[in-house]
Design a protein around this ligand. Structure first.
Ligand SMILES: [Zn+2]
Ligand SMILES: [Zn+2]
Length: 311
């Protein structure tokens, strides 16, 4: 955490990075919306990643009461940021905090990354609240540790998530992370965090995206990139099938939008992306695998529709 004074200082330092963006095309041939950008402490660091990677707008994932920082960043770069909020969902005050965040302008909940079951009481409360407040909920599903003692997150995806989609038809879910993406392949049984090689058709995630209008997919992180990269014969049809359900996201921690700084910290299993910008890598595989119309939906249009914001 940082003080308001420090934050304002970093805002002032960021001003030279401000440029005119709007919805003009850029190096990717389409404006780009990054659904999965964890807010960085220094305001300038947020803009450095967007500008470096050719990203027009980003959705800030934040935790706790950070309304002032979000407001300052929005004032610095008008129209370039939306935000999601999360709070410790194992605590009773989570519902009040998230309700307040939405009243203050948060467009969604996320990311929800806690050591609880995907169908446990803590997440169920959040699924119901997201429906009441009419905002999407972004959930991190992970069954395999990245390092000893990490633990698992929103567990039980493959077994229970279909029942959740059925039980909460008014909740808009955005699936993310290892278990969500590994299960594009029908032969996955929680062996590796990031399975490689050909995808067995008919995986759970592919099926759920097709069958449930309330499920969307966030392409961010090594997990999303790996699923879209591991079998080039699978990706174009997958993107075509779910062209209205997939959203570009980076979850990248590089400093400059070109892979500098520490990328994939604490996650040796994701070494394939070390030294690279996840945003650039995922935009590249999406562009290679989809015609311009579908690429434009996934990297721009779908996020605007889902978050109900003007383009
Ligand atoms: Zn995550
Ligand atoms: Zn990056």
């Amino acid at each position: 955490m940082f003080t308001r004074r420090e934050f304002i200082g970093t805002v002032a330092a960021a001003v030279p990075a401000l440029r005119l963006h709007g919805s003009q095309a850029n190096e990717w041939g389409s404006p780009v919306f990054d659904l999965h950008h964890h807010m960085r402490q220094a305001a300038a660091a947020n803009l450095a990643h967007l500008d470096g990677a050719g990203i027009t707008k980003a959705n800030l994932l934040t935790r706790g009461p950070v309304q002032e920082q979000v407001k300052a960043l929005g004032a610095l770069a008008p129209g370039r940021f939306t935000w999601f909020s999360t709070s410790d969902i194992t605590k009773p005050e989570a519902e009040a905090q998230l309700t307040q965040a939405v009243k203050d302008g948060a467009q969604g909940f996320g990311e929800l990354k806690f050591h609880v079951a995907a169908d446990g009481p803590e997440l169920r409360r959040m699924y119901a609240l997201a429906a009441d407040l009419k905002v999407p909920i972004l959930v991190h599903f992970q069954e395999v540790d990245h390092f000893d003692g990490e633990g698992t997150w929103s567990t039980g995806y493959a077994k229970v998530f279909e029942s959740i989609l059925k039980a909460y038809p008014k909740t808009t879910f955005i699936g993310h992370a290892d278990a969500f993406w590994a299960n594009v392949s029908a032969d996955y049984h929680n062996e590796a965090a990031y399975p490689s090689g050909p995808i067995a058709r008919g995986g759970i995630t592919d099926k759920l995206l097709g069958d449930y209008p309330n499920l969307f997919g966030d392409c961010s992180a090594n997990s999303g990139n790996n699923a879209l990269s591991r079998d080039p014969s699978f990706t174009p049809d997958f993107l075509k099938r779910h062209q209205n359900k997939l959203l570009m996201g980076s979850d990248c921690s590089c400093t400059d939008g070109h892979g500098a700084g520490v990328s994939q910290q604490g996650n040796p299993a994701a070494a394939r992306l070390a030294g690279k910008c996840v945003a650039r890598e995922t935009l590249t595989v999406l562009k290679k695998s989809a015609p311009p119309e579908i690429f434009g939906k996934i990297v721009w249009d779908n996020a605007h529709k889902l978050l109900r914001i003007p383009q």
